[in-house]
Design a protein around this ligand. Sequence first.
Ligand code: CO
Length: 213
Amino acid sequence: MRRLKPLFDNNREWASKKKQQNPHYFQNLAKGQNPKYLWIGCSDSRVPANEIIGLEPGELLVHRNVANLFPHTDLNCLSVLEFGVRMLKVEHVIVCGHYGCSGVQSAMEDHHLGLIDNWLRSIRDTHAQSKQELATCPDAKAKHNRLVELNVLQQVYNVCHTTIVQEAWAEGHSVCIHGWVYDMESGELHDLKSCISSPEQLEEVYRIQVPPS
Ligand code: CO
């Protein structure tokens, strides 16, 4: 079996550099993790979560999927959220989309791709709900960019609507959910200023009365 030698070479070089800087680096990391942040981002290879916000291993819990979606019934998403919020007590959950997202672009077109069309379906809902606003965008790129933002905002709400986040708030654990977009053309992040940290910021129909434990 081919072992992809260049990648193993890179790994050895990286590990030895880390050990040179701090001989106990890996022993310390192996003891456990205590990240303050959970990142929910797109799988796109051009958006490496840790790197673009300058965080080291151990500082960021990461979940990535195509088009940074957080469907409220997805076990994978719910599991990482529960692990982050309930077990690791992260203080911030960041949903980060990016302009030039091919997942969002595919959901704006009528091409048949197959299975992934089902995964991306909820972006079409967001598109349909905001059709009037999107129609005012001056061109196709602006429309795409705005749908990227609206998709992020929808996922921020999806995270907040979970029992996991609402239970955490009810128990007095302060956790804030943020919506950001990464601009690949400049390397810069944009904050959509949608920080949600209490049930009062949610539509009443999504609020859950969590009984005292
Ligand atoms: Co993407």
